[in-house]
Design a protein around this ligand. Sequence first.
Ligand code: ZN
Length: 105
Amino acid sequence: MITKPRRYQSESYRRYVASKDCFGCGISGYSQCAHANGGGMGTKRSDLDTFPLCATRPGHMGCHMMHDLCIGMTKAERRELEAMYIERMRAMAIEDGRPEFKEAA
Ligand SMILES: [Zn+2]
C-alpha cells in the first residue's frame, strides 16, 4: 500500500451526520457526530469515519457517552459496531448525494 489514509475533516459533514437519528437507539433530535474509537490512542480518525449517536441529557446517558466509555459492550463488540455504523452512514450519505462520497459512489 502506498496511499496513506488522509485525515479528512469537514464541519459540514459532521453537521450532516449529527442531523440524523441516533444509530444506537433511534431517537431524533439529540444526535452528535461520533468518531470511531478504533485505531489506538491519540489516533484522530477521519470525519468520514463517523456516525450519529445521541447526547447525554438530564436523567439519561446518551449512546455517544456509552459508546465512548464502552458501557454494555466489549471492545471487540464496539469495533464491530463501529464498522457497521460507518458502513450504514456511508450508504446514507451516498444516497443523499453528499459530495464527500461522489468519487466513491
Ligand atoms: Zn441513542
